[in-house]
Design a protein around this ligand. Structure first.
Ligand code: ACO
Length: 319
């Protein structure tokens, strides 16, 4: 048994924050941001927009494109680093907003920018086992809420958004394999260290990052996990039709495509318009490419991501 993507959807908040807008907020320039990251603009959620609201719009579109009824969903997994609240899970809130009344399990996965790969791999295990037939897997973030907008080293990088897929259990592939990793010894290089204690926040509630360290590790582990996924399926990079990478930084994406020997015309890039939307970045990129008709049935896609934890992972699938 396999699981197949049968529908995709995404949603971006209306408000766009351009590099020129950022020039008015911190000491930076459009040219610096583009040359170091490839980012031109990002979307920012409105004050009254929660992560579950972005997830709701993306999910509705994914369910519609899958052509199923909401009550046919029998598993919901939301990957997010910026949940609506400490609890209940954003997945539970999403289930209610979607009007699903079949009491299907709903839970969040927290693996920062690798969250969507972790969530998809988890759903794939459930569907392969025959336990469930349709899973809704979402990556949704309101990263703007944990950004220090006076810190130019981090505020230029991130954006808000959501992407979703519907997976169906299937006799034909489908997801071929998933490869998940973590190395908690690097947890300090990218974090929101704050915690709630006795009604107060202890520690910083904003993203703190050692950009150089993250960059070096990201390029290294992405190459390794791509090779691992290909080897596990007796494939070589020439068997790949598409790379759908986490959209952190164009330089990281280009380094991975160079190492795989895959032309950039075969790499889905949305970082210029979305910025880094953490767990939402891969499903957002997937939906943009799918809706643009770039993927053909039977083509081989490699999705891969790296993020805080440090976590990283890859997933190989047939479209
Ligand atoms: N505008 C202008 N100048 C800036 C800015 C800015 N927004 N931010 C930093 N600078 C300055 C620095 O202060 C430094 O000045 P100095 O030389 O006078 O000290 C100079 O630019 C160079 O800074 P570096 O940190 O060396 O710049 P670098 O080329 O490494 O780019 C960046 C920084 C973009 C953060 C890079 O390290 C990177 O992409 N790292 C990966 C981080 C990442 O992608 N994080 C996302 C989360 S993790 C993930 O999703 C994988």
């Amino acid at each position: 048994m396999y699981s197949r993507v049968i529908g995709t959807g995404s949603h971006l908040p209306e408000r766009i924050l351009s590099n020129y807008d950022l020039e008015k907020m911190v000491e930076t320039s459009h040219d610096w941001i583009v040359s170091r990251t490839g980012i031109v603009e990002r979307h920012i959620a409105a004050e009254n927009e929660a992560t579950s609201d972005l997830a709701l719009q993306a999910s509705r579109r994914a369910i519609e494109s899958a052509g199923i009824d909401v009550d046919e969903i029998d598993l919901i997994i939301v990957a997010t680093t910026t949940p609506d609240m400490l609890f209940p899970s954003t997945a539970s809130i999403l289930q209610s907003k979607l009007g699903i009344r079949n009491n299907c399990p709903a839970f969040d996965v927290q693996a920062v920018c690798t969250g969507f790969i972790y969530a998809l791999a988890t759903a794939d295990c459930y569907l392969r086992s025959g336990k469930y037939r349709h899973a809704l897997v979402v990556g949704a973030e309101t990263l703007s809420r944990v950004i220090d907008w006076t810190d130019r080293a981090t505020c230029v990088l991130f954006g808000d958004g959501a992407g979703a897929v519907v997976l169906r259990a299937s006799e034909t592939p489908g997801i071929l394999s998933s490869h998940l990793h973590a190395d908690g010894s690097h947890s300090h290089i990218l974090a929101v260290p704050g915690r709630i204690c006795d009604g107060k926040i202890q520690g910083s509630p904003f993203v703190t990052m050692n950009g150089h360290a993250v960059f070096k590790i990201a390029v290294n582990v992405l190459e390794k996990v791509a090779t691992e996924a290909l080897l596990a399926n007796h494939m070589s990079p020439s068997d790949l039709d598409w790379l759908v990478p986490h959209q952190a930084n164009i330089r990281i994406i280009e380094a991975t495509s160079r190492k795989l020997g895959l032309g950039m015309d075969r790499v889905v890039v949305t970082v210029d318009r979305h910025g880094n939307t953490s767990a939402a970045s891969i499903p957002l990129a997937l939906d943009c490419a799918a809706k643009a008709g770039r993927f053909r049935e039977g083509e081989t896609l490699l999705m891969e991501g790296v993020g805080g934890g440090i976590t990283w992972g890859a997933l190989l699938l047939k479209w």
